[in-house]
Design a protein around this ligand. Structure first.
Ligand SMILES: *[C@@H]1O[C@H](CO)[C@@H](O)[C@H](O)[C@H]1NC(C)=O
Length: 172
C-alpha cells in the first residue's frame, strides 16, 4: 500500500519534471527572477506608502509594481489600493477591464453593487459591507461603491492584475 503510494508520487513528480522541461514558461521565470532579487522586507506591502491620488471625494493610496516590485514576483500580478471615501460619497460607476477586485472594508459601512447579464435578465447584486467583511467585483463588470456611514470609509482593494485600469460606465 505505502509502496504503491510512493510509486504514484514518483510518477507524479517525474511527470511534473517532464512538463516543466518540455514547456519552458518565461512568465514564471520572470517572476522568479524578480522575487529572487528582492530583500525579505520588500514583501511587506503598505499601500499607505504607495502613490497617492487625491480627488474631492476620495483619496487612493496605490501599491503597484512601480512602488512595490514584489507585486511582480508572483505568477499572477496584483495591485493593492487603500481608499478613503468621504462619508456620503459614491465612486462613479466604473469597471476594470483587466482584473477582478476583492474589496475589504476597514472602517465604515459601504453600500456596494455590481450588475451583469444573468440568465435571461439583468442582475444587480447589492450588499452592505461592514468592517472585517469583503466582497468581490468580477472582472469587467460595472460596480458602484458608496460610503453610507456618518464618517469617512476606508477600504483596501486587491486587484489580480498589475493594471488597475478604470473605465467609467454610463448611467443605466
Ligand atoms: C443596483 O441597484 C441600485 C438600486 O436600484 C442602484 O442604485 C445601483 O445603481 C445599481 N447598481 C449598478 C451597478 O447598476
Amino acid at each position: 500500500m505505502a509502496f504503491s503510494r510512493h510509486l504514484t508520487l514518483l510518477a507524479f513528480f517525474s511527470l511534473l519534471g517532464l512538463t516543466t522541461a518540455a514547456i519552458p514558461s518565461f512568465g514564471l521565470q520572470g517572476a522568479k527572477q524578480i522575487r529572487s532579487g528582492l530583500k525579505d522586507r520588500d514583501f511587506r506591502i503598505n499601500p499607505g506608502k504607495g502613490t497617492v491620488f487625491t480627488t474631492p471625494i476620495f483619496t487612493a493610496r496605490l501599491a503597484d509594481v512601480t512602488t512595490f516590485p514584489a507585486l511582480a514576483g508572483t505568477d499572477v500580478q496584483f495591485a493593492i489600493v487603500r481608499f478613503t471615501l468621504k462619508s456620503g460619497a459614491s465612486f462613479p460607476r466604473h469597471y476594470h477591464p483587466r482584473g477582478a477586485e476583492a474589496l475589504n472594508a476597514l472602517t465604515g459601512r459601504l453600500l456596494i453593487s455590481f450588475t451583469f447579464e444573468g440568465l435571461g435578465q439583468v442582475r444587480n447584486v447589492t450588499n452592505v459591507i461592514r468592517p472585517g467583511e469583503s466582497t468581490v467585483f468580477p472582472q469587467a463588470l460595472t460596480h458602484e461603491t458608496t460610503c453610507i456611514s456618518s464618517f469617512d470609509c476606508e477600504f483596501l482593494s486587491v486587484f489580480n492584475s498589475a493594471d488597475v485600469e478604470i473605465v467609467r460606465a454610463p448611467k443605466p
